[in-house]
Design a protein around this ligand. Structure first.
Ligand code: ATP
Length: 298
């Protein structure tokens, strides 16, 4: 029996290795696919930041030609202000965030930062200027310290720790056997959705970029952590140009402008008070959330 068990066990190990290898390859192809979509133009110049104002001008976008996801979307985020996007699931909120980071190029219209079209500047300079906290963070197969410092290569361990404290993940990290040197990612320690998001927040706080994109997770953080981190993010967002994809309306009340997206179109816009007075879709979502009726997606 033992004789049979050992080779079978060995086969199991090989099977898992191959499966992991294929998963990594798949990820790489996804990344390559994205890179191919958004190559630097031959004459691309570095982004010149002045006030850091963002504009979407009549933007259309489709992942696949047959299905347009965003229709004629125009808005601006004045320098140092926050614009929030709310709306039902699948309405195109995260797509807006991805376009600003230039994971994809727009189909029509344009996106500019301080008057420079983002497709005309170097990707390196664009991504230097933007910190993104996505809904679902993919970690590198490396240590947790590396994953945080990726926001600012060359950061000292003290700086990494300070960012981790601010993102409320330091205590968790020091409880791990190898602390900041613990390997994470697909081949290391698997982190929960909320833990991964806090790593992404620490990375962004450390990077300290002038533009922030926060794609709020629906359920990744529990509410105690959420409130504490929200306070940190608000502090970090002071005087920054911010785009928030919001599921909880409590995070948008102070926004300069709130966009209500439905079917890829802006159907209502204004600040919180104006939208409540409008008695439309936003007011309805607000009432539902006040009654504890869940997220802004309903
Ligand atoms: P949620 O609130 O559920 O996160 P959302 O409003 O952020 O939703 P998006 O993620 O922007 O919605 O997606 C908008 C539409 O685009 C959805 O119908 C989705 O199926 C489609 N979509 C998203 N990503 C891709 C992709 N990579 N390829 C093809 N279609 C996609």
């Amino acid at each position: 029996m033992i004789q049979l068990y050992i080779p079978l066990n060995f086969l199991g190990v090989i099977y898992r290795e191959i499966k992991q290898g294929l998963a990594d390859l798949e990820k790489m192809f996804v990344l390559l696919e994205r890179e191919r979509e958004v190559a630097d133009k031959p004459d691309a110049q570095p982004l010149q930041l002045r006030d850091v104002a963002v504009r979407f001008e009549q933007v259309d976008f489709a992942y696949e030609p047959a299905r347009t996801i965003l229709h004629d979307v125009s808005f601006q985020i004045p320098a140092g202000k926050k614009v929030a996007v709310v709306g039902p699931s699948g309405s195109g909120k995260s797509t807006l965030a991805r376009l600003l980071y230039r994971f994809y190029d727009v189909g029509a219209g344009r996106i500019t930062i301080d008057g420079q079209e983002i497709s005309a500047v170097t990707q390196a300079s664009l991504r230097q200027a933007i910190g993104i906290v996505p809904q679902d963070t993919v970690l590198f197969n490396d240590t947790i310290a590396y994953n945080i410092a990726y926001g600012r290569p060359g950061a000292s361990r003290e700086e990494v720790e300070a960012a981790a404290r601010a993102a409320h993940i330091h205590d968790f990290i020091v409880s791990l056997p190898k602390c900041y040197d613990t390997a994470v990612g697909e081949r290391g320690l698997k982190l929960s959705g909320g833990e991964k998001q806090r790593v992404a927040i620490a990375r962004t706080l450390l990077k300290n970029p002038p533009i922030l994109i926060f794609d709020e997770a629906t359920s990744a953080l529990d509410s105690r952590n959420e409130r504490a981190i929200q306070a940190e993010l608000e502090a970090a967002a002071q005087n920054k140009t911010v785009l928030v994809v919001a599921h909880r309306l409590s995070t948008v009340v102070d926004a300069h402008e709130i966009l209500v997206l439905e079917g890829g179109r802006i159907i209502e816009r204004g600040n919180h008070a104006a939208l409540l007075a409008l008695q439309g879709r936003y007011a309805q979502m607000w009432r539902l959330q006040q009654q504890g009726g869940g997220s802004a997606d309903q």
